[in-house]
Each structure stands twice: as C-alpha cells, then as structure tokens.
Design a protein around this ligand. Sequence first.
Ligand code: SF4
Length: 406
Amino acid sequence: NIPLREGLVENYRGGSGIGARLLYELLEGKISAMDPLEAGNPLIFMTGPFSGTTLPSTARMTVNALSPLTGIWGEANVGGQLSAQLKFAGWDGVVFLGSSAKPVYLHIDGEKARLLPAGELWGQDTYAVTDLLQRRHGGDNRKPAVAVIGPAGENGVLYASIAHNKGHHFGRTGMGTVMGSKKLKGLVVSGTGKVDIGNPEGYKEVRQRLLNKMKESLAVELFNLYGTNCGIDAGHLSGDVPIKNWQLGEWGEGINALNGPAFEAILADRATCYACPVACKRVVEIKEGPWQMPAGPGPEYETITSFGTMCMIPDAAAVAKINERCNQLGLDTISCGCTVAFAIDCFEKGLIKEEQTGGLELRWNKPELVLKLVEMIAAREGFGAVLALGSHRLAEKLGGETKKYA
Ligand code: SF4
C-alpha cells in the first residue's frame, strides 16, 4: 500500500499529477540511465479526485511510466469504466513494480488483489481477451472493467496501447509496451462500493449547475451527434487538420468523405463513459463491402486524421476497419498512422526504396496496404519491425533528408 500522504493530493492534483510525482520519486536519480523496458520502470495507474462520482465527464484516468517511445515521462489517459470500478473496489490507483517471469494478469475484486496466470491469454488480441476475462470474472449482472495489452505490447512495438473494454485506449507514449515488458497481460477490476461525498448538498448543486450548462452547450450537442470527429470541418477551415504527412493544409474532397456526417452510414449506436451525459463514443458496424466488421468501437477524430487524412484515405469504412485492427492488436492509432504516413511520404519522395520495405510499394490512399502494415507492425515482422520504432526513431535510423518529414 502506498498511502495518499499529506501534500501529495494537494500539490499534485488529479491522477496525472500524482502519477507524475510518484514516477519521479520511484525513478529519482535513475531516469537518464534506465531503459524503459527494464523491470525497474514503474507502471502507475491513477484515478482522479472525482472518479466514481456522477459529476459529468470525470470518468477519465491516467497511466504513467518512463516512455519507451520518447525516453522521458510517459502518460496516457482513458475514459470508460475503469476509474469508477477501481474506486468502487476501494482503490485510488495501482502501481506495478518489477516484472514477472511468466505472463500474468491482476484481478482486483474489492479489497482482494491477486496475480493470476495468463499463459493462455498471451498472444491473443485485446477483444478476445476482454470477452474471456469478463466472462470469467463477471456474472450476477456484474461486468468487470478490463484493461489489456494485445500482441503489439507483447512484441515490444514502441507505441503499444492498453485497451480498456476494447474501445477505450491508454494510447500514447507506449504504456502498453511497458506493460508487455513486465509480462503483465492486463487488469480486471470489479467493485461494489461507492464514493463518499464530503459535502452532499454542495456536490448536488455543482453537479446540477454543470448538467444545466451542458444542456445548453453547442459543443456538447456536436460531440454527441458526431463524436470527437465533430470538429474536423472547422479544423480543416482553419488549417488545423494534418493532411498527407503534414504536407497539405487543404483537402476538401477527403474531409467530406471523413467528417461527422460521412460516418453516419456505418453508425450503429452511440456509447459513453461512466456517468457521462455527453456520449461522444461511436459504435460502428459494416455489413457489406471489403471492410466488413461487426458492431464495435468506432474511430475517434485522432484516428480518422492519422489514417484518413495523413495517409490520404478518403473512406470512412476503411478507416473504421483499420481502427478495429489497431484496437485488437493494441496499437496507438496516432503514432501508428503518423509513422505509416511518414514512411509513405519518404517512399513517394524516393527516400525509402523497395529494397528496404521488402518489396512493398508505399503509396497514398492504399487502405489494404495500411492494414497489412498494421499487422506487420504488431508482429514486428519485416518492414513492420522498423515502423514499430515510431517516426522519430525511424528518421534517425534512415538519416539524411528523411528527418525533415518526421
Ligand atoms: S463520453 Fe466523451 S466526453 Fe464523456 S467522459 Fe467519455 S470521452 Fe469524455
């Protein structure tokens, strides 16, 4: 147990602040010398001060560790149900120290926490493992919150994510890679308690005020209607959407094929995080054509731009399919899409040759190729092993002119 000592909560408010402080303390004096994939790199999951309450949009939480992608402080953030379930189980956070010789997962059920063998889960994708663990530890109308890595995290891709309940990802800075280096497949959390409110009257008043404001908010309405992708049209008008590996500022026809209304054709439902009235999450389903997929988590704005506009793929269904595979394999869609776009750009400019790609011709608007690369990256196979380094390290490896485009 690490007590929430005096000063920690007040001075480092929120999961992000406390996580960063704990990381600093646990690594003091060792940061510059440490390989982030060493057992000594702590992996810190922290909830926030309002986690588990019904204040709107407070379902998010963070994970911190030294990042294998950047070599400095790493942090990723997620919504969903995990923070609430941790609080209901009586936990503010979980810190993993050291590593296991064999694959394991952590099962938290109220105050009880056990590391259980995960040998049969290792190698499986995040959707399959989530279903299996929810069946194994759920029941009696209880659905535990699950956070797991996929093959990308197991294989050491430097931007592997941690998938929570399939569609919510701790995406950035390779936190799934750190988890894989510890042979930790995942966490399963169930709680039945509740969060005590110190000042119930004040809480009720603030909550109602927030809900009233949200009801009047155009931004909330747009987020509900089109998800996080609602801003792509306005972003395009102001030149804020990354296009063609940041080489273009405008792409009208592409934006029309990838904006909020463009995803309506495959929208099956809207979803939300714990107690959040915004419901900005998308559920998509593709019943016919080359990108068929069952109803499942749809892409967010960042994924739509990293694979859609950055790789010049003006096809909502194709981007949804690529998103599904990245989710299943446990890949950060931002780093993955941007690294692929960078490689395509270099190939188009003659800075990467077919001898380096294993004969693959990297071109814009090739969704089949991008799907193939995603599989190769997660397996660190062939040219995928090079793309698994991320754009910055890839440019360092390639050298010359390529750095200008990373
Ligand atoms: S549903 Fe959207 S707005 Fe609400 S907490 Fe989740 S990510 Fe945030």
